[in-house]
Design a binder for this molecule. Sequence first.
Ligand code: NAD
Length: 511
Amino acid sequence: MKEIKLVLDQLGSTENNFGVSTGISSWAGAGELIKSFSPVDGKEIAGVTSASQADYEKVIETAQKAFKEWRIVPAPKRGEIVRQIGEQLRLKKEALGTLVSYEMGKSLQEGFGEVQEMIDICDFAVGLSRQLYGLTMHSERPQHRMYEQWHPLGIVGIISAFNFPVAVWSWNAMLAWVCGDVCIWKPSEKTPLTALACQNIISHVLKENNLPEGISCILTGGKEVGEWLSADTRIPLISATGSTGMGRQVGEAVGRRLGRSLLELGGNNAIIITPSADLKVAIPGIVFGAVGTAGQRCTSTRRLIVHVDIYEEVKTRLVKAYAQLRIGNPLDENNHVGPLIDKAAVEQYNISAEKIIEQGGSFLIKPKVLDGRGYESGCYVTPCIAEVENHFQIVQHETFAPILYLIPYETLEQAVAIQNDVPQGLSSSIFTLNMRESEYYLSVSGSDCGIANVNIGTSGAEIGGAFGGEKETGGGRESGSDAWRAYMRRQTNTVNYGNALPLAQGIKFEI
Ligand code: NAD
């Protein structure tokens, strides 16, 4: 794609940025070269070198030094820097959104949407910078004051996945920065260029404000760089987004050194369609959830649990809706479905399709890998629908592709039990016009997921709410609400302003 050179120029990503970068200087890492290929047309966009151990040490030292300065900058002033980052992102939205779309393969609208999410979290973090509240408590001792305050943690290591190559990092980084932390980002090896483009934007703001290098650092590379971060006692918090397998390894490594981890892992998200559902609203919600980003969102709709009375009608409507899907270049706004990230993902799609049949399922809409003009990258597949049973091993597993499972149910209790009977617990929703059903669904006996929606689909969360899921999804919460607390340490303070030393619990100690 010719225009991509222009986009990279606008983002300052063609020169000077080879792989490893602190806030102001960037250098070619001494590790292996990672080539970034676009799944859109299969072309190589650029090469980026990985960090070596020596690069890693240099980055850690720079970040440690920066933390000492950054933590004493008042939080609202840190918020002002994040405000400026938001302004730069507004200016670069089109270029960065286009690069996201080209490097990752999501639609242009979704690429722009991802940058908009970054802008939104900047706005949120700016407000938050004046609201990092602690509580005050009444002391049981006379002339004593007791309160808690929140202090920055130090270095936050951010390990991110390919599918939200920039937004998820910004959810972490913007909050961490207003909290007074410094960040080291290990982006996905599948999307290093968008990461370097973000780093250029941040560098510009840091430089303009004469701020220490090391507030924002990037270490490009594969999983080994993530492993170094996870094992490093100099990093109090690792926030990792990706597969459950990765989360288990990161969680174990961080746990071994008693560090903190914030894990955002895979989902197996379901929608329940009840007899009263407004199908005019439900069908677009299902289709967007199942095929948007080619089924490569952590919140993609994977399972559709449909009441038996409307099962046939839902099937018919879905087949009609899927027939209208246009699959092709995601930079063309007329297309609904773009490519999978790479050929390995296509292979996984094929393997899952075989397992669906082996395990007793059948296809309502068959899977197919597309070839020919416009599909030269080999990464385009047909979104498919299969009729299955929830207990099939393949249904219990997250396949990161546009495969939607249909499962019938008879009672709401049964539908909720089916929905919850998977190892993951990220996003869920019900379509119903019956208040008793929706309240039951949201009650303690209902959905066990971190996100539970009524009359909207499973994907497309807003940044204002805390985002994350239960069970194998990892339990972490990012973005809105009080997710900021994960990036700070809480300190309880008791001050005695009297002239005696009364002890707590009435204990006497006389000397
Ligand atoms: P992945 O697990 O393959 O890789 C994610 C990141 O982890 C990459 O940067 C990778 O280099 C790194 N990594 C891999 N193994 C590691 C290890 N042992 N130690 C340290 N780092 C390691 O995931 P992916 O294919 O890039 O992304 C898709 C997955 O991410 C899906 O499972 C999806 O559901 C999940 N995801 C979850 C959320 C969420 O918020 N819950 C958001 C986006 C994606």
